[in-house]
Each structure stands twice: as C-alpha cells, then as structure tokens.
Design a protein around this ligand. Structure first.
Ligand SMILES: Cc1ncc(COP(=O)(O)O)c(C=O)c1O
Length: 235
C-alpha cells in the first residue's frame, strides 16, 4: 500500500493554493500569434544586462568550480556604501521574495497576526499561512494601500505588516507623509516590511519613502477601530 504523503505534511502547508507563475512569453506569443509581447507580470528589467554586467558574468565563469561567497562580502560592502549604511545592516536574498519569507519565518509564530493589504503581492498571505499565522487582510481604497485602515488593524498580536510600494498589482504608491503618519502608530514589537521590489521602475534614482521614514521615525500615537479587516486563520 502506498504511503499517503499528505497525511505527513504540515497542515498549514496543505491548505495553500499553489502559486501559478505566468506562462513563458514565447508560449504566449505563439498562442496569440503576436510578436514582441512585453511581460509586466514579473519583477524583470525589459532591458538586457549592460555590457559591464555581461563582462562580469563572463569573468566569473572560470570560477564556477568554487562555492560562491555565501556572505556576499563585497556586494554588501558596495550596497552599504551606496545607501549610507554599514555592511552588517545589509542582508542578501535570492530576490526580495526570499527576504520576505525569511522575515516571516524568523519572527512569526503560529497564532501571530500579519496585516496584509489586499489585493497585493500574493506571496504575503501564502507565507504567513505556511507558518500558521493569521492573515488580517485590509482592502485597498481607490487602488491604494489604506494605511489608516492598516494601522487600525494592528493588535497586540500583530507581528508583521506588509507595505508593497509600489503595490503589485495596482502600481500605486504611498506617500512619505502617509508612511510617517503610519509609522507613528506602529507599536515597537510590530515589524513593518517595506517591500520596494519595483521601486526603481517607479522612482528611478529618487529616494524611496521608506528610506526617508527610517531616518525620521515619528513618535507613536493611539488608534481607534472603525472598520473591520478580514481575519483569516491559517488552516
Ligand atoms: C511586490 C513584490 N514584491 C516582491 C516580489 C518578488 O520579487 P523578486 O524577484 O525580487 O523576488 C514581487 C514579484 O513580483 C512583487 O511584485
């Protein structure tokens, strides 16, 4: 008799609807009979890597017999210098997805709450569900993150709040003033994840809201609830 592997699996994981990535762009073009489709669904650069990047990759090929530097020593130094931080404040991941997942796994315990805007990046509620957390979904208002409602949704059980800036899929942004007002209402024990995976597309070289807000964190205030968010206990 075959083992029912599902009976051994973590029940939080079993309840997750699999994420379905879009089909390859070549397949879409073939299906629709169109050339030069532009794929906007992924966090990709439509321009090819620059010559310098291509040369660096070619130069690295002859060292592929070695493990890469897992601590990203030089990369963290370069990023820290560019953004005015120290290397120990920089953490690298396989894309921002990896870092979002690590934050949730590091800080959330079963029964902890995460405030999640909706609709937004589909991975947030999936990861919270995977660790047995409670997803507190807060609807967008006029396609924008409703930071007022998100602040009201924070309870003593809230461990993490996600802010996608710009938001996927609506492409709207929160303003620096909204962020500062919001941060003033977030308790110390709640971690706010600013996910700016698409910030360069939206702002180019201009500084992001979260970078401004990190430097000027306003004092905290109290909030009263007037709107009920959707609370979903992970199964
Ligand atoms: C808001 C948001 N955050 C993070 C990601 C993941 O991006 P990365 O390719 O950096 O893992 C995406 C990808 O679509 C996204 O839309």
């Amino acid at each position: 008799m075959h083992m029912q592997w599902e009976s051994l699996a973590n029940e939080h994981i079993l309840g997750i609807a699999p994420y379905e990535p879009g089909k390859p762009v070549e397949e879409l073009e073939r299906e629709l009979g169109i050339p030069d489709a532009i794929k906007l669904a992924s966090n990709e650069n439509p321009l090819s890597p620059s010559d310098r990047v291509q040369q660096a990759i070619m130069g690295a090929l002859s060292h592929l017999n070695r493990y890469p530097d897992g601590s990203g020593f030089y990369l963290r130094q370069a990023i820290a210098k560019k953004h005015g931080f120290t290397p120990d404040q920089i953490m690298l991941g396989n894309g921002s997805n990896d870092l979002i997942e690590l934050v949730v796994r590091a800080f959330m315990r079963p029964g902890d709450e995460a405030v999640v805007p909706h609709p937004s990046f589909v991975v947030y509620p999936m990861i919270v569900q995977a660790v047995g957390g409670i997803r507190v979904m807060v609807m967008l208002r006029d396609y924008r993150l409703d930071l007022e409602a998100m602040a009201r949704a924070i309870t003593p059980q809230t461990k993490v709040v996600f802010i996608a800036n710009p938001n996927n899929p609506t492409a709207t942004m929160v303003t620096a003033d909204e962020v500062e007002h919001f941060m003033a209402r977030v308790p110390e024990r709640t971690i706010v994840v600013f996910d700016e995976a698409y910030i360069e597309f939206a702002m180019g070289a201009r500084r992001s809201c979260s970078a401004r807000s990190r430097r000027r964190r306003a004092s905290r205030g109290s909030a009263s609830a007037t709107q009920s968010p959707t609370r979903t206990r992970s199964r």
